[in-house]
Design a protein around this ligand. Sequence first.
Ligand code: AMP
Ligand code: ZN
Ligand code: FE
Ligand code: FE
Length: 272
Amino acid sequence: MRCDLHLHSTVSDGAYSPSQLVKMALVKGLGAISLTDHDSTEGIDLALQASRGTPLEVIPGVEISAEAGSLEAHILGYYIDHHHKPLLERLRAIRDFRRHRAWKMIDRLNDLGMPLSRERVAEIAGEGSIGRPHIARAMMEKGYVSSTSEAFVNYIGRNGPAYVPRYKITPLEATQMILESAGLPVLAHPLEVLGLLPELVAAGLVGLEAYYGQYSPEQCQDLARWAKEYGLIATGGSDYHGKGILETPDLGELWIPEEVVPQLQALKRSRA
Ligand code: AMP
Ligand code: ZN
Ligand code: FE
Ligand code: FE
């Protein structure tokens, strides 16, 4: 079964709506996708609806942005109960924080001589989880930068003068939050944060995103070995955001072992 287990929609910083992503996956003949928007499950029902009556399985998912000291670690949650009240409340608080953080970043950019309007950034973000790519787009519109990556490198990247941190949540807390919502926690794009594995595996991590859109085949194989060593499922996903937002393969255009989705399904079933 071909799959892609890491996708972003307009519900966070992706270019396509949940139902558009479902249609694209169907056209490509994929067997399963997971919608993993940043700090939001608001697109899941739309994706499930769009897939009803088709051969495509939509796995409810989320990607929670956590921080461990100076490192960023993102935790994916598969088969999450996307109606679980405590989860929804926590994600809403995280998204509210994102909004205030965006206004602070706009203030910093203003101080740097690059005024942006909150209204325009909010409009670009739409209803979704607001993030730095939306600010980058507003900066491009104003001609302050000529690409998203220029915005990140010079201003809003982690070491940039306009960077403001997100809501503080540790990788351990994010893992626990996913487990409490009946989800299967997986460490996303883990290359720089493999040191977290002992702690997270002890807490209930079940997978490692070994096959990642921005990693070389050698890196993916190496990460698959790490997964095996820790008894984790080696999952995979492109991190597709739509063209021109992040340099990733196209939706579904990444080799992921056939058995990944059946393995996740079996684990989920065993916990039901
Ligand atoms: P945020 O969650 O608001 O901190 O923004 C992080 C998002 O920005 C990531 O999920 C990517 O979509 C995007 N991003 C991160 N770094 C870069 C970069 N160097 N160039 C372009 N987009 C990036
Ligand atoms: Zn993103
Ligand atoms: Fe991520
Ligand atoms: Fe992502």
